[in-house]
Design a protein around this ligand. Structure first.
Ligand SMILES: [Zn+2]
Length: 142
């Protein structure tokens, strides 16, 4: 029995205060997930969970153009959390190759796993950089 996935979405108004000019601004953060229509309660819980997470959209002050610092920090954290393991895996792969040169024993399975891990985390890092990109801001109302 196939159930058509339903899109559950929620628009949250995120408010920011510019660190440079002190102006207040806001933007619409759209949370959207797809779930079977019957799973409404679970979908709402998932939306709650995502709403509680820090938004990683890059926003700029509409008055002076300064980037929101928390958005940049969240993005850097995401990047670090993916780029770090990628570098470690790449280093492990290189280390195993160097070890093979010294000892004549090549743990090819470990090297392969490390290389694949490096590629995977590098891919995640690219995704972290590209998605989601920006949100359109406006001066806060009221
Ligand atoms: Zn500003």
């Amino acid at each position: 029995m196939g159930e058509d996935p339903t899109t559950f979405s929620r628009t949250v108004v995120e408010r920011r205060r510019c660190a440079r000019c002190g102006g207040r601004y806001e933007y619409d953060r759209v949370l959207s997930i797809q779930r079977p229509a019957a799973a409404r309660a679970a979908a709402e819980l998932e939306l709650d969970r995502r709403q509680a997470e820090a938004d990683v959209a890059i926003v700029r002050c509409p008055a002076c153009g300064k980037f929101g610092s928390d958005a940049v920090r969240a993005r850097l954290l995401m990047l670090g959390a993916t780029l770090g393991p990628a570098v470690l895996c790449a280093a492990a792969a290189v280390g195993l190759v160097l070890l093979a040169g010294m000892t004549g024993k090549f743990f090819w399975f470990l090297a392969l796993a490390a290389a694949l891990g490096a590629a995977w985390f590098a891919l995640l890092a690219v995704v972290a950089l590209v998605v989601p990109t920006t949100a359109k801001t406006r001066p806060a109302s009221g």
